[in-house]
Design a protein around this ligand. Structure first.
Ligand code: ADP
Length: 413
């Protein structure tokens, strides 16, 4: 089955084409046929398409909206120019898997999209006003362009965390706010945490219900997850992705009293302060330079800028704090797992995070740490380390494709 995986944002679209079926996933025999992205939808858009094993193709086209973007991509994929042998016509795309950010309390796993599911995703807009509308537009665009017959599956960022107990997901505020409005912690990046946990147990040959680990997704957005018996037990993101670790432009945990205080001082309303916490904070806010960790590390090496070092040190200390908290919540763990752009590629940040974690039994191996970059998977701790540390590149698209096939072929993920 050739599955088109779509991750739609407000003005961008990431896509992959993955060929897999129930047998292939048993053997890890899935094939990635192509990947790409569109930026600046709504204007002069930039589109990249990389068929597997071939050079990257680039196009600049004016694309009015997400529907036009999806139509363009699908036609391009099916054209001779893309040279994807498995896709000769639109009918060679057999199903579409969507990353949907917020599944609220309703969706605990991936589901086939029908009218009822569409309405339920609509109901979650209130909880994810920035993300769910784009996901819904993408779903409708596919129906319009490829026809109502094409199976579409929604894979939710929140679903993996639906196993969190009340003690993890409730805030210490009046219980009625949870009951009346669904104010609780939902958690995000679930597909990534679930994927690396799955990879870890497969590689170590551990039964699912014996997995007890802390996963760290460190990219532009960052979150930690405590996984017990293979399920999410706690995670650092909350009602929205703002809570928890310090991120590229998000503050992470802040005393909420800061919000009315800043609103008064700056003459802003609560929504505007929230925007500052989401868009102008984190690594960017502290360094005053950039949200990009690679640039910060280069800047630190060249200019020893105090605020740059401070931003990186704060970032690392926050991660360390959550590792300590989550290992304690789990009553001990087999390993911590690094993933995401920073987690997969930066031995330096990993080393700075793990500094002092000998108290938890974690002894990093500097050579193994340095060797695990560019998509390499494996342990970076010393063989005698009581708490292990792994690097496992995430692959959310693969999991979305696999869930799509499972839902379409056997009815559940
Ligand atoms: P997203 O969360 O948007 O998917 P990524 O997972 O791609 O983002 O992570 C992007 C982050 O990873 C950026 O801060 C980038 O600088 C960082 N990053 C990528 N490669 C490296 C590297 N070699 N060293 C340090 N940081 C890196």
């Amino acid at each position: 089955m050739n599955v088109l995986v779509l991750n739609a944002g407000s003005s961008s679209l990431k896509f992959q084409l993955i060929s897999t079926d129930l047998d292939a996933m048993e053997r890890d025999g899935d094939h990635r046929l192509a990947r790409g992205a569109i930026e600046r939808i709504g204007g002069h858009a930039l589109i990249t398409l990389r068929p597997e094993g071939k050079r990257r193709l680039l196009r600049e086209v004016t694309l009015r909206d997400l529907r036009a973007a999806i139509e363009f991509v699908v036609k391009w994929i099916a054209s001779h120019e893309s040279e994807i042998p498995a896709i000769q016509a639109l009918a060679d795309i057999h199903a579409v898997g969507h990353r949907v950010v917020h599944g609220g309390q309703q969706f605990r796993r991936s589901v086939r999209i029908d009218d009822q599911v569409l309405h339920a995703i609509e109901d979650c807009i209130e909880l994810a006003p920035l993300h769910n509308p784009a996901n819904l537009r993408a779903i409708r665009a596919v129906t319009e362009f490829l026809g109502p017959g094409i199976p579409q599956v929604a894979v939710f960022d929140t679903a993996f965390h639906s196993t969190m107990p009340e003690t993890s997901f409730l805030y210490g505020i009046p219980y009625s706010y949870y009951r009346r409005f669904g104010v609780r912690r939902y958690g995000f990046h679930g597909t990534s945490h679930r994927y690396v946990a799955f990879r870890y147990r497969t590689l170590r040959n551990i039964p699912r219900d014996e997995v007890r680990i802390v996963t760290l997704h460190l990219g532009n957005g960052c979150s930690a997850c405590a996984i017990r018996n293979g399920d999410s037990f706690d995670t650092s993101m909350g009602f929205t992705p703002l809570e928890g670790l310090m991120m590229g432009t998000r503050s992470g945990d802040v005393d909420t009293s800061v919000i009315p205080f800043l609103a008064d001082k700056e003459g802003l309303d609560a929504h505007e302060v929230e925007r500052v916490l989401n868009k102008q904070s984190g690594l960017l806010g502290i360094s005053g330079l950039t949200s990009d960790m690679r640039e910060l590390l280069a800047e630190e090496r060249e200019h020893q800028d105090r605020r740059v070092t401070l931003a990186i040190d704060m970032f690392c200390q926050r991660v360390r704090r959550y590792i300590g908290a989550f290992v304690a919540e789990l009553g001990g763990a087999q390993t911590i797992v690094f993933t995401g752009g920073i987690g997969e590629n930066s031995p330096e940040i990993r080393a700075r995070i793990c500094q002092g974690l000998e108290c938890l039994g974690l002894e990093l191996d500097p050579e193994r740490n340095a060797a695990h970059v560019d998509g390499r998977t494996g342990s970076i701790a010393r063989p005698d380390s009581k708490l292990d540390a792994w690097v496992i590149p995430t692959d959310e698209e693969l999991l979305i494709a696999r869930d799509t096939v499972r839902v379409v072929e056997r009815g559940f993920a």
